[in-house]
Design a binder for this molecule. Structure first.
Ligand code: HEC
Length: 500
């Protein structure tokens, strides 16, 4: 299928030159505002849960495209223009939907408990893959995909809500490289990496989701200004995670609030792909803060996590194979406010167990801090069983009531991408989900790919068109043949030129 990113990029380049002249996505600040598109107004009138009255909304000016069982959502996307609403009726849709236009809303219509179901049959990679701005995806049941349920690539101002996502491969909901997003009221289970993975994003709220039976519940990675609130993370290997993965172009995770969540019994056996970052998460991890700064943990109920309730570590301890001189590896200025914590650490494993045994303690603590980091504080240490909090001062704040959201007050500008940036966008938007420069993620490190294909970009293009499983200890790479030829060659050349 030839469409997607090339068209996206084509469209973006035109937009870039015509409208957002001179603003580069990679360097523009995240506070630019544009007039609200009509779909955003429609979203604000609160009709999203009413699947019968959207068209009556005064603010909705687009056209409605209906998709019924037996027809294709992708065809509807092709027919849609910015501002349109695509309503999908109950039925089984086995497809891979690419959304490379701006301001498209996709809304499932649930009738008498019957959902529109996207079923990947364990053959199709992704259910929804969007790169447009202002994308809304709500009310879908998504099952049996191999890669991702819903993945965003550099789209800003996204809303993903009310979806029910089961066993969709590596990630359930994965906005990557986006700004100003809302992920709410989704239920996700049986995801082999992170159920909700906010990667290299800014200003995202993750609210009221249930995540369970997955390796990582909710993961805030190389992302800034995120609020994770009122979620129920249970029976994962790890519940809530805020961390830095080295080797990515955005090097930091900071300004994250984990508030009012239930983080319960996250003792699932780790079934992450061998070598992936999450494969290192010990079973029994409630909250993990690794190398992330300015994380506030407030008012959560954290119970029954067998290794520890909250683990705070530096990269050298948590991910020792990590090798990125530009990533600062210490968790600094972590703030632990009041939380309810009990019955954590009942059956610790691995390094934590060994460290606790040196203290003559066979249990793991509620809060475990190990390695570097400065400026961290706690409101009342006496409430918990702790290890390694000797350097923690008394918290200077008592709550975060003055921060109701991390989203921006109005939508941020669409990114703009020049032709030279196609390779970079494709790399970080598509490949970097699985490849990092000097670190093994799902796929081998990019520096290994450079060594194998040195001077031969066509070799990379050939491989991504038709990947073969070459390594016993890696899964098969999904084909990237939906990318257009320019994007493929651009990304191959970008990879070969990449320095760290
Ligand atoms: C969903 C995860 C995933 C994504 C996305 C992904 N890869 Fe991979 N890639 C892998 C895995 C896994 C392997 C190792 C496969 C094996 O060796 O069997 C791999 C291997 C490779 C190789 C090594 C081939 C060789 O000769 O050894 C190249 C080249 C490559 N990927 C390029 C890319 C490019 C370019 C992109 C983006 C357009 C990309 N990959 C996106 C998972 C991914």
């Amino acid at each position: 299928m030839k469409s997607t990113l090339s068209k996206i990029i084509g469209a973006i380049v035109v937009l870039a030159v015509g409208v957002f002249l001179g603003k580069s996505f990679f360097s523009s600040p995240n506070v630019d505002t544009v007039p609200m598109p009509s779909t955003i107004k429609y979203r604000n009138v609160g009709l999203s849960n009413d699947t019968t009255k959207v068209a009556q909304s005064n603010d909705f000016n687009g056209k409605i495209i209906e998709v019924k069982d037996g027809s294709s959502i992708q065809e509807a996307v092709k027919a849609a223009n910015p501002g349109d609403l695509i309503r999908v009726y109950p039925g089984i849709y086995s497809e891979n939907v690419y959304i490379d236009k701006d301001d498209i809303s996709l809304q499932g219509v649930v009738i008498k408990g019957e959902w529109p179901v996207l079923d990947g049959k364990k053959e199709i990679n992704d259910a929804f893959l969007y790169s447009g701005n202002g994308i809304l995806i709500e009310n879908f049941k998504i099952i049996n995909y191999k890669g991702n349920g819903i993945m965003g690539q550099a789209g800003n101002n996204f809303i993903i809500r009310n979806n029910w996502i089961i066993d969709t491969g590596v990630y359930g909901i994965f906005p990557q490289y986006g700004k100003n997003g809302l992920i709410e009221h989704n239920v996700l289970s049986v995801i082999a990496d992170a159920a909700i993975y906010v990667g290299m994003c800014d200003n995202v709220d993750v609210l009221h989701n249930e995540v369970f039976d997955s390796v990582a519940g909710i993961e805030i990675e190389n992302s800034r200004h995120c609020l994770v609130e009122n979620n129920y993370a249970h029976d994962n290997t790890g519940g809530l995670l805020a961390f830095v993965t080295p080797g990515l172009p955005i090097k930091t995770t900071f300004d994250v609030i984990l508030r009012n969540n239930f983080v319960v019994n996250n003792n699932h056996e780790n079934f992450g792909a061998p070598g992936s970052t999450v494969a290192g998460i010990p079973s029994g991890t409630g909250v993990l803060i690794m190398a992330a700064d300015d994380v506030i943990v407030e008012n959560n109920i954290i119970t029954g996590n067998k290794n520890s309730g909250i683990t705070i570590v530096d990269l050298a301890t948590g991910d020792p194979k990590a090798n990125d001189p530009n990533s600062e590896g210490n968790p600094d200025r972590v703030v632990i406010l009041d939380n309810i914590m009990y019955e954590n650490g009942n059956d610790p494993t691995g390094e934590l167990k060994a460290i606790m045994l040196t203290q003559m303690d066979t249990r793991g603590p509620d809060i475990f801090a190990y390695g570097g980091g400065t400026g961290s504080t706690i409101r009342d240490k006496n409430k918990y069983r702790t290890f390694g909090l000797g350097g923690y001062g008394v918290a200077q704040i008592t709550n975060t009531d003055d921060i109701p959201t991390m989203r921006t007050p109005s939508p941020v500008a669409a990114r703009s991408v020049s032709k030279e940036e196609i390779g970079e966008l494709t790399y970080y938007g598509v490949c970097a989900g699985c490849h990092a420069f000097g670190t093994r993620l799902i796929g081998p490190p990019t520096e290994i790919i450079q060594a194998i294909h040195n001077g031969n970009p066509q070799g990379i293009v050939d491989y991504i068109n038709n990947p073969k499983n070459l390594r016993e200890d890696y899964p098969e790479m999904p084909p990237q043949d939906y990318l257009d030829d320019n994007a493929k060659m651009a990304v191959a050349e970008y990879i070969l030129a990449l320095k760290q």
